[in-house]
Design a protein around this ligand. Structure first.
Ligand SMILES: [Cu+2]
Length: 361
């Protein structure tokens, strides 16, 4: 049975502390231990730029800052890309587990970062202890099914194909089997970033997130292992809406926020795993100074955009300036999904106050 009262108490408390929905949530409730845990994590030694700690073995959440470095070379290259499908049981939130389907054990799948004109040999291996067939469809591929027909592998099998990247952009890749909607919901998606030949403008930090929704037969927050609910998926009524497979993972209540410093520029890559919901991606207290909707990097960026839809089966690249210290809540501004279902990640910007820009009182 779902213990909704406990769950809602913790949810109200959390979002109140996060500065979200304060008017709607009423009085603060207990769970101060979570705030304390968040403070400890925030002061932990840095790993890459992500100081919130490494996602634990019990989670599939990919660290949002452990991504390949920007490309500076001016020549083409050939890459061997090896992806292993793994079905792993991990926590959606403390005490709630689900058997995710993944590439390489993480959600989103590893960012593949190449340059326009590069050649990729992609190998998909299906772990012998998996229960399902898997494959890969990359939206950076000219050709049948984006590679899915050539890479469908039963447990224990391995298949490869080779393609050349002819156009730039940030694209999704995902499992392409017949019930790919379920496989994407359960985590089988990631980004392939094909940088334009001239590269991307330099920034101080880059962040990688994947939004998707998970459909379970058990109610929101119900403890224990959860089973996938195909009916709810077809009705597009998810239990959880997540970044990186975790309920509000990159916050003080989860692994800790992503960190940055005043006067930096941060670039955020978001891949829309869906399988059904379009994210209304908004950075609360900031704006996308430059963004490339749909990850279409060949176009001039849009300027000063508040919210941009990130469709399922697509991607988004946006950059923010950080003139003042603040905690930026990255949300799906279909806001019930953030307030109730977990679609929240935080970027904590540290540095000197700028009263000439923002002065309280
Ligand atoms: Cu699959």
């Amino acid at each position: 049975m779902t213990d909704r009262s406990d769950f809602n108490a913790s949810r109200r408390d959390f979002f109140q502390r996060a500065g979200l929905g304060a008017a709607a949530v009423g009085a603060a409730s207990a769970m101060p231990q979570l705030a304390a845990a968040g403070e400890t994590q925030a002061s932990a030694p840095a790993r890459s730029h992500f100081t919130g700690g490494t996602p634990t073995k019990s989670a599939v959440a990919a660290s949002p800052t452990e991504i390949p470095a920007p490309i500076s070379r001016h020549t083409t290259q050939t890459h061997d890309i090896e992806l292993v499908s793994r079905e792993v049981t991990a926590e959606v939130m403390p005490g709630v587990t689900h058997t995710f389907m993944t590439f390489n054990g993480q959600v989103p799948a590893p960012m593949i970062r190449v340059r326009q004109g590069d050649t990729l040999k992609v190998t998909v291996t299906n772990s012998s202890d998996n229960m399902n067939a898997h494959s890969i469809d990359l939206h950076a591929v000219y050709g049948s099914g984006g590679g899915a027909p050539f890479t469908k592998v039963a447990p224990g099998q391995s298949k490869s194909f080779t393609f050349r990247t002819l156009y730039p952009g940030a694209f999704i890749y995902h499992c392409g089997v017949d019930n790919l909607d379920e496989h994407m919901s359960r985590g089988m998606f990631g980004m392939i970033l094909v940088e334009p030949q001239e590269g991307l403008p330099p920034v101080d930090r880059e962040v990688y997130l994947g939004q998707h929704e998970l459909y379970t037969k058990e109610g929101l927050g119900q403890k224990g292992d959860t089973t996938f609910d195909s009916r709810a998926m077809i009705a597009e009524d998810p239990t959880y809406v997540l970044f990186n497979g975790a309920f509000a993972g990159f916050t003080g209540q989860g692994f800790g926020p992503i960190t940055a410093k005043v006067d930096e520029t941060v670039r955020v890559f978001v891949v829309g795993g869906g399988p059904n919901l379009t994210s209304s991606l908004h950075p609360i207290g900031n704006v996308w100074s430059r963004c490339w909707p749909q990850g279409a990097l060949a176009n001039a960026p849009q300027r000063y955009v508040q919210t941009w839809p990130v469709s399922p089966g697509s991607a988004f690249v946006g950059e923010m300036e950080l003139p003042v210290p603040q905690t930026i809540n990255l949300v799906d501004h279909a806001i019930s999904r953030t307030l109730n279902k977990g679609a929240l990640a935080q970027i904590k910007v540290e540095g000197e106050e700028r009263p000439d820009i923002l002065n309280v009182g």
